[in-house]
Design a protein around this ligand. Structure first.
Ligand code: SF4
Length: 399
């Protein structure tokens, strides 16, 4: 049957949310950021590489370019150092002579670099729309409301917040103010052990923000807790969707956030790759779901993954569950050594916000600096920076 419809004029007025998702609406509370002002060179410009080289050479030691592991190859080529978010923030802090820190990563990373570097240093994010969907899942207002819920339930004074590095400066500041610490995927176990030692051990709770998977995986795999010791606080439900009894009984209160890249891997991906490549070692990031982590052979941060592949014997086969830019780069790097490395999932999935940083944005940033103009500066206000730094320093002091 043919369905005939009357043509209706299309309503093409974008909603405020659509504008926000497209990165056109300024929202300082959001990791989504805003669109870059200025004219970017065309991505097809064949001179981009030469222009980036020339601008970087002109700036010399005044500029320090940081490249996160998940960045595109075309950007990594111009990075002075590469690493995960925490390593890069420390690398930036170790270069007090660099006037400009160009952070090729996402917004929360540039904020951390600004917190840890000197007041006279300028931290720049080449595209302000390079945010992080996980960091966006916990806003300052939602977390303050959660703390009120915990206070009402009579558990706040026994709760220590532990926030993943992948969170906004506001959340890091909340954590610092309430006696908590920041953690990375490399030191989450030590951070939880430290947190549980801060109060009476039998009654202490941790509020883990914003990645439920890293919190759950660390508690269960590394600290021997049960899944029943963990509850999930949903900021979109009244009282987080939890009863007072559930809050009182829990050891880990996990914020309902996740990484949109690592959250895509499933148990099916693990089973499929094992069937496809006999003898494959499955190595995944702890931001993956618990069932994926439980089915993997090894679990670790991006730095751990790189080291494991460096140490792997020739002829070994690996399926890696982390961001595709990194996996592809590692596969190319280790192929000549006879190591077979594949992406864990059949579906290609980059971190779309990380990929906002491309060569045109980098060239625009560097050439603007050469012209004496600082674009896309990331600055954390003094009070937020003070409390966020407290939480970061607690992490640095972890045993
Ligand atoms: S990979 Fe995940 S956690 Fe990392 S920036 Fe992208 S969305 Fe955020």
């Amino acid at each position: 049957m043919r369905v005939v419809t009357t043509a209706q004029p299309l309503d093409v007025t974008p909603s405020p949310l659509a504008l926000l998702l497209l990165g056109r609406e300024a929202d300082p509370k959001s990791e989504r950021g805003v669109e870059c002002p200025g004219d970017l060179p065309a991505p097809s410009d064949p001179d981009l590489v030469a222009r980036a080289r020339a601008a970087k050479a002109t700036l010399g030691d005044k500029v320090f370019v940081l490249g996160h592991h998940y960045q595109r190859d075309e950007v990594i080529e111009f990075a002075d150092v590469t690493g995960d978010s925490f390593k890069l923030a420390r690398d930036a802090a170790a270069r007090p002579d660099a006037e400009y820190i160009v952070f090729c990563g996402v917004h929360f990373m540039a904020e951390s670099a600004d917190i840890l570097t000197g007041d006279d240093q300028r931290v720049i994010l080449p595209d302000l729309a390079a945010g992080c969907s996980m960091a966006d899942m916990a806003t300052a207002e939602q977390v303050a409301e959660c703390w009120d819920v915990l206070t009402e339930a009579g558990v706040a004074e026994r709760t220590v917040p532990v926030s993943y590095m992948n969170s906004s400066a506001d959340i890091k500041a909340f954590t610092g103010k309430h006696g908590g610490t920041i953690c990375t995927s490399s030191n989450a176990k030590r951070a939880l052990e430290w947190a549980f030692a801060q109060r009476e051990p039998s009654s202490t709770k941790v509020l883990f923000l914003p990645d439920q998977h890293l919190g759950r995986n660390t508690a269960v795999r590394d600290l021997g807790m049960s899944l029943d010791d963990c509850v999930v606080y949903n900021p979109h439900k009244p009282n987080g969707g939890l009863t007072t009894e559930e809050l009182r009984a829990a050891k880990m209160i996990l914020w309902r956030g996740h990484c949109s890249v690592h959250g895509r891997f499933s148990l099916q991906s693990v089973n499929d790759v094992r069937a496809r490549i006999p003898g494959v070692n499955v190595l995944v990031h702890p931001e993956c779901k618990h069932e994926v982590v439980a089915a993997a052979d090894q679990v670790g941060s991006t730095e751990y993954i790189i080291k494991a592949l460096e140490a792997a014997p020739a002829g070994s086969k690996w399926a890696i569950g982390t961001e595709l830019n990194l996996v592809r780069r590692l596969a190319n790097r280790f192929a000549p050594e006879g190591k077979e490395i594949v992406f864990l999932d059949r579906t290609v999935c980059f971190c779309s916000t990380m990929n906002r940083i491309d060569l045109p944005h980098l060239v625009w940033t560097l050439e603007s600096l050469v012209a004496g103009k600082t674009v896309n500066r990331i600055e954390v206000d003094e009070e937020t920076a003070h409390f966020a730094k407290l939480a970061l320093e607690r992490m640095l002091a972890l045993p």
